[in-house]
Design a protein around this ligand. Structure first.
Ligand code: NAD
Length: 513
């Protein structure tokens, strides 16, 4: 049973009408300019958050640097203990935070809760990790020598995040970065600043309760100009940026120009292949959830469906039928499947993409359109569209962050479907639906999917925190979350230690004096 309405949720998370947008863990710092957070659910102004000034940015970085000197000295399992307590706080406040995510971003309440669950899961993962930041020992070629690898923290991790996973992406980065011994400065998306404020309030409390200094968790707010201060800043050795390919190209080059490190998690153009041996019932659920869930505003949303000609008419018929039953409306009402897009610009991009697809020869199977009238006052609710298209269409080659599913036929063997799937510039998530063992293994082989995520009999959308998350090609190559993604937040040091009484040189080089 739900305990919190929106008003109670906001109050519990410390969201007031007008909030300072800069924090190092103490009082929020105010400025004269604000971002207004308007809910795509009902078009209401939720609250406004002040934009970080250059001076406040400098203060933040100075505090973070100070905190790093303390935090890196704290034994890693003690850092893990703070992360554990943060996970406990998130468990306690899962409902209000999930609700705020849903209200500010527009995803369903269930998915809002799911995002907070991901935060809890990654905290658990990071707690374990805090006792497992293992290096190797290596046999030395020299007598009486030890060789080992150590992993040390980097310093300040700058996190730039997108609107669509406003809290989970931050936690994937920050939980690992903290366990690793880094301090974090986060610039949330300017489209979802309030979830950022809420998260910072929760972690600031936990840090205070543990007598930790300010600066371990910091938040700055604003648009790309505030982000650019960080990407250009030598004092921020690692930038983890999640968002569009356009943004990633700029951020990647800026950070590389100062030889900093970056983790780039950018757009996808994800396809599901359906072969003649697929279980069509499972396919239907995977394809429909993947293409309409979160109003297709997931980086892993299914954009293309590549179906064998023998089952094409049957499957497309079933999808059309399923699409006609989708309920679109307020995402906080659990009867609805699909909520709004984030803002009017996203609605425009959706409309333009449909027009483009038609111009290029696409055949509309299910007409899209913007909804109006009662319950749709924000103007951000759109109907999922289904378009028969060619993989070579310019618009199909792009990621449109809206519910448009392009369906296309293939004939012959699975290699033809894989060629279509790989025939785009992005490389995030991919899926094959088949009960044919050869097809499944071919898809997972080196000549199969070229994506960072390749699923068999599961849709493209969503992932578990235990695996490394990210993609290839224009998706940016970064990996976050599970597996050994933690290594990106640390610097590797090779140590050679001589416990003998002579000084032999490597490669047997003689140097007598
Ligand atoms: P966006 O690129 O517009 O913005 C993302 C963030 O980057 C924002 O915080 C923004 O202020 C900042 N930014 C933009 N330009 C910048 C610059 N020049 N310098 C510094 N910071 C800058 O993306 P969005 O619309 O918020 O999110 C949607 C996109 O994110 C989609 O393309 C989606 O696929 C992608 N995404 C990818 C992943 C992944 O893990 N691969 C996850 C979530 C979202």
């Amino acid at each position: 049973k739900q305990q919190y309405g929106i008003t109670e949720a906001l109050k519990t998370l410390g969201i007031t009408e007008s909030i300072g947008g800069t924090s190092t863990g103490g009082d929020w710092m105010l400025s004269d300019n604000f971002i207004e957070s308007v809910s795509p659910v009902d078009g209401e102004l939720i609250a406004k958050v002040s934009i970080t000034t250059k001076e406040q940015y400098e203060q933040t970085i100075a505090k973070a640097e100070e905190a790093f000197a303390f935090w890196r000295d704290l034994p890693a399992p003690k850092r893990g203990e703070v992360v554990r307590q943060f996970g406990v706080r998130l468990r306690e406040l899962k409902e209000p935070l999930g609700k705020l995510v849903s209200y500010e971003m527009g995803k369903s309440f269930q998915e809002g809760l799911g995002e907070v669950q991901e935060m809890i899961d990654i905290c658990d993962f990071a707690v374990g990790l805090s006792r497992q930041l293992h290096g190797l020992t290596i046999k030395s070629e020299r007598p009486d020598h030890h060789m080992q690898e150590q992993w040390h923290p980097l310093g300040i991790t700058g996190i730039i995040s997108a609107f669509n996973f406003p809290v989970a992406v931050w936690s994937w980065n920050t939980a690992l970065a903290w366990a690793a011994g880094n301090v974090c400065v986060w610039k949330p998306s300017e489209k979802t600043p309030l979830t950022g404020v809420a998260c910072q309030n929760l972690i600031a409390e936990v840090l205070k309760e543990n007598d930790m200094p300010e600066g371990i968790s910091c938040v700055i707010n604003g648009d790309y100009t505030v982000g650019e201060w960080m990407t250009n800043d030598q004092r921020v050795p690692l930038i983890s940026a999640t968002g569009s390919i356009r943004m990633g190209k700029i951020v990647g080059q800026t950070v590389a120009a100062r030889l900093g490190k970056s983790i780039l998690e950018l757009g996808g153009n994800n396809a599901m292949i359906v072969t003649p041996d697929a279980d069509l019932k499972m396919t239907l659920i995977g394809a429909v959830f993947g293409s309409v869930g979160t109003a297709a505003q997931r980086c892993t949303s299914t954009r293309r469906l590549i179906v064998h000609e023998d089952i094409y008419d049957d499957l497309v018929g079933k999808i059309k039928n399923a699409y006609s039953q989708i309920k679109i409306g307020n995402p906080l009402d659990e009867n609805n499947h699909v909520g709004p897009l984030i803002d009017s610009k996203a609605v425009e991009a959706y409309q333009n993409a449909i027009e483009e697809a038609k111009k290029e020869g696409g055949k509309v199977l299910i007409e899209g359109g913007v909804l109006s009238g009662e319950g749709y006052e924000s103007g951000c609710y759109v109907k999922p569209a289904l378009i028969e298209a060619d993989n070579s269409f310019k618009i199909v080659q792009e990621e449109t962050f809206a519910p448009i599913l392009y369906v296309m036929k293939y004939s012959g063997g699975v290699e033809n479907a894989i060629a279509l799937q790989n025939g785009v510039k992005q490389g995030l998530s991919s899926a094959i639906m088949t009960n044919n063992m050869r097809e499944a293994h071919y898809f997972l082989s080196a000549k199969g999917s070229d994506c960072g995520i390749a699923n068999v009999n599961i849709g493209t959308s969503g992932a578990e925190i235990g695996g490394a998350f990210g993609g290839e090609k224009e998706t940016g190559g970064g990996r976050e979350s599970g597996s050994d993604a933690w290594k990106a937040y640390m610097r590797r040091q090779t140590n050679t230690l001589n416990y003998g009484t002579s000084l032999p040189l490597a490669q047997g080089i003689k140097f007598d004096i």
